[in-house]
Write a protein that binds this ligand. Sequence first.
Ligand SMILES: NC(=O)c1ccc[n+]([C@@H]2O[C@H](COP(=O)([O-])OP(=O)(O)OC[C@H]3O[C@@H](n4cnc5c(N)ncnc54)[C@H](O)[C@@H]3O)[C@@H](O)[C@H]2O)c1
Length: 257
Amino acid sequence: MTAMRRFEHKTMLVTGAAMGIGGATARRLADEGAAVIVADCNEEAAQRKVSEILGSGGEAWFQHVDLASPSSIDHMGRAVADRVPCLHGLVNNAGILQTASIAETGDSDWEPQMTINLRAPALCTKALLPLLKKGPGHIINLSSEGAFIAHENRWVYTASKAGILALTRNMAREFVGYGMRANTVAPGWTVTEMHFLESEDPAAEKARLESLERQESVIPRLARPEEIAAVIAFLLSDDASYMTASIVHVDGGRVTS
Ligand SMILES: NC(=O)c1ccc[n+]([C@@H]2O[C@H](COP(=O)([O-])OP(=O)(O)OC[C@H]3O[C@@H](n4cnc5c(N)ncnc54)[C@H](O)[C@@H]3O)[C@@H](O)[C@H]2O)c1
């Protein structure tokens, strides 16, 4: 458990918090004293994350949401408002990755990635805005190194992640009067379920990725989800009180070197 307790008496919501970067973020925020709302569509995995946090002495609960559905996001907003008076942080983390070349991408292939990766952060922010204004609550939106460099067969995904940059800037401007800050975190390639859950042997694939050399990065390895979570926690904390509309690359130097 981390020694810092920057989020005592604070409540924060993390989307896609059942696993991966969102899971590590939920754990980190709870370890620092926050009550964490674990928002996800995968109830089983999310309840495991809640149990893990409760088991380590933290506070957390599950909130179902399907981020592809505006009515589900609205429902989440109402359910959260029934339970807490305000929010001190929102991490728009959930995202999905589908691969196809430009030529192979059909019209309907745009929908899941654009709605979950780009529209949902906007809709979640809007649904939770009354609570965020009262916090005040700071916002972190997850982009990707892919918003800055071309990646083969990921053009819809990377376009959705580039849109996050504009979304965050507008949030920063519009919400500054409420004492809210909004920042983008752009992770590099990180060892999460996104990259190993669907493989034939997830444990072996996870181990392979953890030991993979990545020469394109200055630090020649993949990130651990905890390394992204630590930066998200910093940006949500008062330690980052003069940071808003920033893009923070957490990619071992991949994009900026
Ligand atoms: N892993 C990487 O290499 C990497 C790199 C750059 C950016 N990112 C970004 O970081 C964020 C987290 O990625 P990750 O690798 O931890 O992903 P992950 O696949 O490991 O976890 C994603 C989580 O989001 C949830 N989710 C997916 N669709 C949902 C929906 N419709 N409604 C509610 N919940 C939903 C999943 O259940 C899961 O818990 C994403 O936005 C991703 O694009 C990841």
